[in-house]
Ligand binder design. Structure first.
Ligand code: AMP
Length: 303
């Protein structure tokens, strides 16, 4: 959905979707109600993190399960981090001096939550998060992809839905593999010889490299690879691990540029790399503020 002015109906709709985003929606609804109680005249705007992914083609958002699960329960892939992927796509296209409508790329948003998006003509055509922000990459405490039969197996062995939810969302990912969900600590431990930490990095970088390869195909040949968010912007070690697995795509990082620290969008690949690799700092708050200002301006014109 596009950004909208919040009213009671919108608030209730967000609340009805609590089960799909249990970490996010209840807190947002609480905030909306508290603000409208204290400042009833103040316009509030909802900006949806799934919106940028509304351009996914059906073959990308469908799960191969009985159709009734989609029609009766809305079970499909939605995607998340849309605010960040859209903002970063615009900034990356500008840095490369390409009109955003012609921008074909793969963007990796690597923070505590992590997702990768296939961008074609500036639009999202596939993304690694699905029905919830659990699918896809190895994250700080989330498993990402696994064989769904594991859940059936554990369910038959007495695990409740709450046990499974907590295991997948809070005890897995880097934390499950290495005992720590902070990328800095995992890299330090691996460099100090901790085999579990090294394996956690290998599993996470391998999974991401496979997604990048797949999305390169989905896009029909990406013209750029972009890293963003906490890990993507700051961990030269993790970027290097991923790039090492992308030799088949002709990706080549410049070791010096990759290690440089900066808050500016920049290219970190060699001039001979088959596609430029970029680091583009995200700014979800700014993107949300801009969308909000636009909605409020439009509403006051309409009034
Ligand atoms: P975010 O959710 O975007 O704030 O990203 C959080 C993740 O970024 C955590 O895993 C942090 O360990 C990681 N991160 C932040 N700063 C750095 C850094 N300087 N080096 C490596 N990882 C970092």
């Amino acid at each position: 959905a596009e950004p909208v002015l919040v009213n009671n109906e919108i608030t209730r709709a967000i609340e009805r979707l609590n089960p799909l985003a249990p970490l996010h929606n209840p807190a947002n609804v609480l905030g909306i109600r508290a603000i409208s109680k204290k400042w009833p005249e103040l316009p509030q705007v909802a900006v949806f993190d799934t919106a940028f992914h509304r351009t996914l083609p059906e073959h990308a958002w469908r799960y191969a399960v009985p159709d009734e699960l989609y029609t009766n329960h809305g079970i499909r892939r939605y995607g998340f981090h849309g605010t960040s992927h859209e903002y970063v796509a615009h900034r990356a296209a500008a840095l490369l001096d390409v009109p955003v409508e012609e921008f074909d790329a793969v963007i990796a948003h690597l923070g505590n939550g992590a997702s990768v998006t296939a961008i074609r003509g500036g639009q999202s055509i596939d993304t690694s998060m699905g029905f919830t922000p659990l699918e896809g990459l190895v994250m700080g405490t989330r498993s990402g992809d696994l064989d769904p039969s594991i859940l059936v197996f554990l369910g038959r062995n007495g695990w409740s839905p709450e046990d499974l939810d907590s295991m997948l969302n809070r005890q897995s990912g880097l934390k499950g593999l290495a005992g720590n969900n902070d990328m800095r600590s995992v890299v330090e431990a691996a460099e100090a010889g901790d085999a579990k930490a090294a394996m956690a990095l290998a599993v996470a970088s391998y999974r991401l490299a496979k997604y990048i390869g797949g999305y390169h195909v989905a896009v029909g040949g990406a013209k750029a690879l972009v890293f963003t968010a906490g890990i993507g912007e700051n961990s030269h070690q993790f970027r290097n691990l991923v790039a090492q697995r992308l030799g088949a795509l002709g990706v080549e990082l410049d070791a010096g540029l990759n290690r440089e620290r900066s808050r500016e969008p920049r290219v970190i690949s060699t001039p001979t790399s088959a596609l430029p690799v970029l680091v583009v700092p995200t700014d979800e708050e700014r993107a949300i503020a801009e969308a909000t200002a636009a909605v409020v301006a439009q509403a006051s014109v309409a009034r």
